[in-house]
Design a protein around this ligand. Structure first.
Ligand code: C2O
Length: 481
């Protein structure tokens, strides 16, 4: 069956390509009206550590036939549970709505704590996946059940894992009708989900740069959340990347967890958190350091219904050593990664304000000193980024290369990174937030800076390498060290 959006897109492409850029975005038909869930009056049971056997999460590309059967059965049972008893909090749509609750809420404007765009991102999704994994294991009667991960960063795997996309119809419990990508869609390198662009993401040298910072009025996502994580969301919803608005399910956070691929995508994000922490670096990569005024990150808790419908609370501290406390590990795919070095220091906070893209901004920068590694990273900041409500964005960032294009190789020494914005809700519900983007400059980036000034070029990307309409504003570009 051809989804409606494809045939409509083809029609517009034939009649008027310019209309396509601006308007042809399928509306999110399944944006929930209400994603709250019943909260018991009794206090939650405090999580005391997993008591089941160790579970091993494998790449969705490496599952055995038996594991594929088990995975499909688990999601089939989850969907059936929601039909048999729509009030069962473990069922499919209520599970998907837990994610909606934590990322903008439903059409009724009711929402919980925001756990995206900052340092709650990794631990919250870990607790969410853990809870669902235990439910799925219960449903198939197998306590060793483990979610697979979608390692789009492994060469050759920047596509839907076949188990999710073949057959690409409702006979497959892992299929989602509101998904633009199919078995033959390939992710462009410009999205930085693999290759040199991805290596740049994983080379973020500090906790703030990789994991993000506390989120309040503004959001401060880390390099993985704010880069390929968002890119894969947007791409899965609309692999053409031609709609400015986010496209359900995966391309809008309120609907993203209605696609089973969400959980494989986030298992990969969860695995990459480990990869970053375990990458040798000086200074070593760590989880957030608590402020002197007292711990903030580790004691924070969230509550869920567990596999037995017991309302329980789990803390960030419970997520830190998942093998010990949550009883799961990752079986790694074969990849290698490089560690960055830093050779030079720049400093220049300079304000710039522009409202178009592709766009080059020139900022003055004074070389301060040349220092060998280990050094504090030199960081490029793009503060106050805003896109219109509902808009999705993927923007590549280059230093000293005004001719940069959507297809410029990420191995180019001028390539800094990518930032992506996944809208929380559809345009109609109007949710915007200022974002502050921070990216470490690599040694290769720094070597492209010759004199006392430099420029930064922002390039919105589309899959075909065509310029893409994007209305994005930012307030300030500057460098710190
Ligand atoms: Cu909670 Cu990938 O988003």
């Amino acid at each position: 069956m051809i989804p409606l959006r494809v045939s409509v897109a083809a029609l517009f492409l034939f009649v008027c390509p310019f209309v396509l850029f601006a308007q042809n975005c399928p509306p999110p038909v399944d944006e929930p009206s209400d994603c709250s869930f019943p909260v018991p009056t009794a206090a939650p049971v405090v999580f005391a550590g997993d008591t089941g056997p160790m579970r091993v999460r494998k790449s969705a590309f490496e599952l055995t036939t038996a594991e594929v059967t088990r995975l499909r059965l688990a999601f089939a049972k989850l969907r059936q549970l929601a039909k048999d008893d729509p009030t069962d909090p473990r069922g499919w749509m209520l599970q998907a709505n837990v994610h909606c609750w934590y990322c903008g809420g439903g059409n009724d404007q009711l929402a919980g704590e925001e756990i995206h765009d900052g340092f709650w991102f990794f631990p919250w999704h870990r607790t969410y996946l853990y809870t669902l994994e235990k439910i799925l294991g219960q449903l198939v009667g197998d306590p060793t059940f483990a979610l697979p991960y979608w390692d789009w960063d492994t060469p050759g795997r920047a596509m839907l894992p076949p188990v999710y996309a073949t057959p690409n119809d409702a006979t497959n419990p892992l299929f989602d009708v509101e998904r633009g990508a199919t078995a033959t869609s390939l992710m462009p390198t410009s999205l930085a989900a693999y290759g040199p662009g991805f290596a740049t993401v994983m080379a973020a040298p500090t906790t703030d740069l990789f994991m993000g910072q506390p989120t309040g009025i503004e959001s401060n996502p880390g390099s993985l959340e704010g880069g390929p994580h968002g890119a894969v969301h947007i791409w899965t919803g609309q692999p053409s990347l031609l709609c400015q608005d986010g496209v359900a399910d995966m391309g809008i956070l309120a609907t993203a967890a209605q696609d089973p691929i969400f959980f494989a995508h986030h298992a990969n994000i969860d695995r990459l958190w480990d990869v970053w922490l375990n990458t040798p670096a000086t200074p070593p990569h760590t989880n957030p350091i608590e402020p002197a005024s007292g711990p903030v990150w580790r004691p924070h808790t969230w509550t869920y219904y567990d596999q037995n419908k017991v309302w329980y609370s789990i803390a960030v501290s419970d997520t830190i050593n998942h093998a010990t406390s949550l009883h799961y590990t990752y079986q790694a795919p074969n990849t290698t990664s490089a560690t960055p070095t830093y050779m030079m220091v720049m400093a220049s906070p300079t304000a710039t304000k522009v409202t178009s893209a592709p766009h080059t901004a020139t900022i003055s920068a004074t070389p301060v000193a040349a220092v060998p590694p280990p050094a504090k990273p030199t960081v490029l900041h793009i503060d106050g980024v805003i896109v219109p409500p509902g808009a999705a964005a993927a923007v590549r960032v280059f230093i000293n290369l005004p001719t940069a294009s959507p297809t410029t190789d990420a191995a180019d020494p001028h390539y800094v990174g990518i930032f992506t914005i996944v809208p929380h809700t559809s345009a109609a519900r109007g949710h915007t937030k200022r974002r502050n983007i921070a990216m470490a400059l690599s040694a290769a980036n720094l070597q492209t800076i010759a004199g006392g000034s430099m420029n930064v070029t922002l390039v919105p990307v589309a899959a075909e390498g065509a310029p893409r309409s994007l209305n994005l504003t930012y307030e300030k570009i500057y460098i710190t060290r």
